[in-house]
Each structure stands twice: as C-alpha cells, then as structure tokens.
Ligand binder design. Sequence first.
Ligand code: ATP
Length: 373
Amino acid sequence: MTEQQRAGASGDVSLAGLSKHYGDFTAVRPMDLTIPAGSFFALLGASGCGKTTTLRMIAGLEQPSTGTVHIGDRDVTALPPYKRPVNTVFQNYALFPHLSVADNVGFGLRRRGVKDTAGQVKDMLDLVELGHLAKRKPTRLSGGQQQRVAVARALINTPQVLLLDEPLGALDLKLRRQMQLELKRIQTDVGITFVHVTHDQEEAMTMADTIAVMNGGRIEQLGSPVELYESPRTTFVANFLGQSNLVEARVTGRADGDLLLDAQGNRLVLPAARSAADGERLVMGIRPEKITIVHTSDAKVADGRNRLDGGVIVDAAFIGVSTQYVVRMPWGQEFTVFEQNMERDRRLVPGAGVLLHWNPEHGFGLESGDLTA
Ligand code: ATP
C-alpha cells in the first residue's frame, strides 16, 4: 500500500442532514450520505439539481444551511477549504500560463515551503503520463493534457479526497471518452476517494463504482451503475440512465414469486421486487434492447404471457450495431426496441405488424407510478 492509499483508508466522506438554502430556495434538501474511502463516486443529475452545491459544501467553498460534513472521523464542517484534506479540480483548469507544466504541478508544494519538489513532481507527471512535457507551457498543451496537469497539481498535496466538478465538460467527445478511462486509471493507482460531478450518464457509468442520481435537490437513487440500470426505482432514474419503455399495468395475481399483470389486456409477468396487492396499479419498465420484436406471422413465439400483441412499426432506423424500431401499440403508446444481429432479409419495415416479448426477469417495477415523471 502506498502512502496515499494509507491516507485514503481514512477518506470516508459522510454527510449528515446536509442542506443548502438560498433565501427561500432549497438547492439541496437534507441529505445523509456516506461515500466509502477509496471509491470513485459520481453525483449525477441534470443542470440545477444541486450536485455542484453538494460538492462545494464538501470542499468548504459553500457553507451548509444545516448538517455536517465528516472526512474520516473528523468533522470538517467549520473548516475553510485549505484546512480540509480535499482538493478540487474544476472544468476550467486554471493553470498558471507563465509557469511550465512541472512548475504548475509543484506549485502547491512550494507554497507549503517544500524545498526539493523535483522527485514528487516527477512521480505525479509519470502518474498522469506527462513526464515528457514537463518543460512546456500549458498554452501549448491540448485540453486533455491541461486537464491531466490540473489533476496532477491537485493530487501532489496527497489529499484524502479529490473533488472533480465537471472536469471533462470543456473537452470534445472523443477526448472526453479517453479522459474518462484515464481518470479511472489514475484513481485506481492512487487509491483515494474521488467524488465526480457530471450531468453525463454515460460518463458516470463508465467511471464510477457508485452513482448518486440527484433530482430536485435530493438523491433519487444510489447504487452501482449495473444496479441503477437494471433496477431503477423511479421513472426519473429509468429515463435518466439510458432509455426505458414504461407500461401502466394492474396486478392480477402471483406465481412463483412473480407478479402477474394486466396491461391493456396483455398478460405480463414481473419479478416481485416488492409486495403489491391484487388490483393495484403500477408502472413497469423494460429496456429497448431487452425486447424481442417478431413479425406477427412468425409462428414460433408461444401464445400466452409476457407479450404485447398488435404493434405496428412506425419507424425503423439501421444504426450499425443495431436496428432501432419505434412500434405503435393499439392503445397509442409507442415502444422503442433495439434489435441486434437481425439478418438483412429479416429486418422489418414500417407498416409491418409485430408483437413484442421479453424474458420476465428483465422487467422492473417502479415505485413512482407516474408515466410522465
Ligand atoms: P449545473 O450542472 O448547471 O451546475 P447543478 O446540479 O450543479 O447544476 P447547482 O449549481 O448545485 O446545480 O445549483 C442548484 C440550484 O441552486 C440551482 O437552481 C441554482 O440556480 C441554485 N443556486 C446555486 N448557487 C446559488 C446562489 N449562490 N444563489 C442562489 N441560487 C443558487
């Protein structure tokens, strides 16, 4: 274990009843959250949901209205930013243009009175793979390279927690994808806690061990990327991470631990993640890539449960890895279906009559029953 990993072992971030009001407006509702030491954690949500304010309260750049921030065992709520064992990387890297890459990285150490910074600066530049550019000025670096200098500069003071506020927001898509993997590698190498703010669901899913999906100043759901994708609990999460088809249904019974549902006269099966009474209305979801689409004339699909009949294709778009269909059901609702590997002569065309079916284990039930949420 390196020195930094040992420091990281005490880098749990715990928020208790943490909130922020601006006058009458509540930007962050009282929040309880523990971010485990050494994890890559993402605060994910649309613009204005309160994720930056939460991060700034951890950094000490914003004073909370209520609640506390602990890092390890230490209550840091009243401490100014520079006394907290954290450092922040912002979207605009704020590098010193007149200093070389190496001098930018060593700046924090020199300010603390460290005389011989060369060894540590070299280690940091090696970590972010910029050793060969140590003497360059930041203005002669690409955006991704500048961001790596900013990360090295923030890590050289061995913080227990690194806070990243949309650090890749200024980069183009290709570079952003490269940097996502790069930051993930750096986090694994140094082993400290990273808390990353982003509005980009793909970015959060690529990088984070755990994601907190925020909506309206509160955490709507917390979980690993796989948990959030496979078992979203609300319509907001089901639609914010990837795409979902949502169906209103009524509980008609139970069989082998599953719920039996009726949706517009179709009999569906859903794994029973929670108890539900007969007659109760709920919304179930199914991802577009989990649905199989079959021409009505295809006799191979068995009759019975877990299929929706009477669909008509209204749009079919070949997008390389898959074909994306939009299917209108008899009650007017449209479903999106991604079909992979369909042979060319079997691809379906607009106007074709189809039925949709899926393995019951891929469906998920939602707690909030509002299709429009
Ligand atoms: P973005 O991705 O756009 O930065 P965000 O999710 O990070 O959004 P915050 O910056 O945390 O959102 O802001 C949350 C809410 O608090 C927003 O509605 C914002 O307008 C409001 N807000 C933030 N700072 C202030 C302030 N200093 N005074 C008043 N309202 C503020």
